[in-house]
Design a protein around this ligand. Structure first.
Ligand code: PLP
Length: 457
């Protein structure tokens, strides 16, 4: 099909939306290592996980053989309110960069939560409701996950308790109010409301918190309150599964015009948007049907893939959660107060970690100020104010497009634009005022937390 025929936005019809999620693990020869009990170091069984997580979600977490899992109708109906999300051809950006590359982005910021996180929040709330629970607890970093979960819980009439990383709680009071509008209760973490919070505050007085700390608190509250379970917005296999809706829609939209991407780029915090975006493409790669360059982009301040160690580690700072084998900076690593709150996690999805370890994808890290330069350049020409997290992918997409300009190659680049940055204007303000800093951990910083990894045979 000729070039001109590709519209600025490729939309799918409602009846072209995916009816099943795709589970990449089914096509992986080397499966991700199982979650392990922190005490016994044995692979966790379903019955050990169900006191913490919803039953159906545990089944999805442990399922590494079923390639397609049907999306329940209630969830599909909710998806229809804000999906399919547009796949945009960045003609204006291409023109501005004077690149022969063809750039597409999948925009997930088209809902009130402002990010892709609603795709999994609604699924998790649905399964909690189906199980007859009273409510769920969770952590949130920048606030996107907490907002998404609050929306999902209010839709299914569930109680929602959110532990919000303190630095974000203070920087983003408006996020908190959106969550409260949807009926959630929001506590800054670490807090004195939990045993683990008190312990962390004793050890690190004045800490601005981290996702790891907040997870510990939310898990404690879920396990101590009957009728509650804990839900997580990233990292876990179930979350990558739900987020596969992003990649499935992207692929369906590209297929309509016979477009095959060369490079697929996504930012990586815990790995859920990237895992979702790449899912069907990675499936083809794993089955030997096609090849793609897949690039994970992380902040230089929290470089799990590029400077971490592939080992079993705790998912939380309080060391009460299961152990996961992943690329990690160590669960005691507290990243600097980078503005991409959603990317400040010490570890990475076990599935993506295994794929990276086996050479199916690449990773790169970028510094904060260059990320905001890319964000601003993008905002000025494409009209969308991107989230700082998403702008990591923009940075690398622009860099790859500029490489094409040098070589004259007409590569097709697809990147995930995970959300909008309306609640990140303090960060934009610092960037504009020239007070933004690039804090990069030293080798010694990383070695110190990696030295504390649990000893596992
Ligand atoms: C949470 C978040 C991310 C990072 O989380 P992943 O699980 O790695 O996808 C990226 N972008 C936005 C806008 C987010 O809210």
């Amino acid at each position: 099909m000729s070039e001109q025929k590709v519209p600025y936005k490729i939309y799918l019809q409602e009846n072209e939306m995916p009816t099943s999620w795709y589970n990449m693990r089914a096509d992986m020869k080397n499966k991700p290592a199982p979650l392990m009990h922190p005490g016994t170091h044995q692979a966790l069984k379903a019955e050990e996980l169900t006191p913490i997580f919803c039953e159906e979600l545990v089944a999805q977490e442990l399922d590494e053989t079923t390639p397609y899992i049907e999306i329940p109708e209630e969830i599909r109906n909710f998806y229809k309110m804000y999906r399919p999300s547009p796949l945009v051809r960045a003609y204006c950006l291409e023109e501005k960069l004077q690149t022969p590359a063809k750039i597409y982005y999948k925009f997930e910021g088209n809902n009130t939560s402002g990010s892709h996180k609603l795709n999994s929040a609604i699924a998790q709330a649905y399964y909690a409701k189906k199980q007859g629970l009273k409510g769920v607890t969770t952590e949130t970093g920048a606030g996107q996950w907490g907002t998404a979960l609050s929306m999902a819980c209010s839709y299914f009439d569930l109680d929602c308790k959110v532990y919000m990383v303190k630095v974000s709680y203070e920087q983003k009071p408006f996020r908190r109010e959106v969550m409260r509008t949807y009926g959630a209760s929001v506590v800054p973490s670490p807090s004195m409301t939990t045993e683990v919070g008190k312990k962390i505050l004793e050890e690190f007085p004045g800490t601005t918190g981290s996702l790891g700390c907040a997870i510990s608190e939310a898990v404690e509250v879920a396990t101590k309150n009957p009728g509650y379970r804990y839900v997580l917005g990233s990292v876990l296999n179930q979350v990558l599964l739900h987020q596969s809706v992003i990649g499935l829609e992207t692929k369906a939209a590209l297929d309509k015009y016979g477009i095959k991407p060369d490079i697929i780029i996504g930012c990586a915090g815990g790995g859920s948007n990237l895992g979702g975006l790449i899912a069907p493409f990675m499936g083809e790669k794993l089955r030997g049907e096609a090849d793609y360059r897949i690039i994970a982009v992380e902040p230089a301040s929290c470089p799990s893939f590029t400077r971490g160690t592939f080992a079993y580690d705790f998912c939380d700072t309080g060391m009460i959660c299961p152990l996961a084998k992943m690329y990690t900076l160590g669960s005691s690593f507290i990243p600097s107060a980078n503005h991409a709150g959603g990317l400040r996690f010490h570890g990475m999805s076990t599935t993506l970690s295994q794929l990276y370890h086996d050479g199916y994808m690449e990773a790169t890290s970028v510094e904060q100020t260059s990320v905001f330069q890319a964000a601003e350049e993008f905002a000025r020409i494409e009209g969308i104010l991107p989230a700082p997290e998403s702008s990591h992918a923009i940075r690398v997409a622009i860099d790859e497009a500029l490489k094409c300009k040098e070589t004259g190659e007409e590569k097709t680049i697809v990147f995930g634009l995970t959300g909008t940055g309306y609640f990140d204007l303090v960060a934009y303000e610092q960037f504009h005022n020239g007070t933004m800093t690039d804090v990069i951990p030293t080798d010694e910083d990383i070695a110190a937390s990696v030295a504390k990894l649990p000893k596992v045979e």
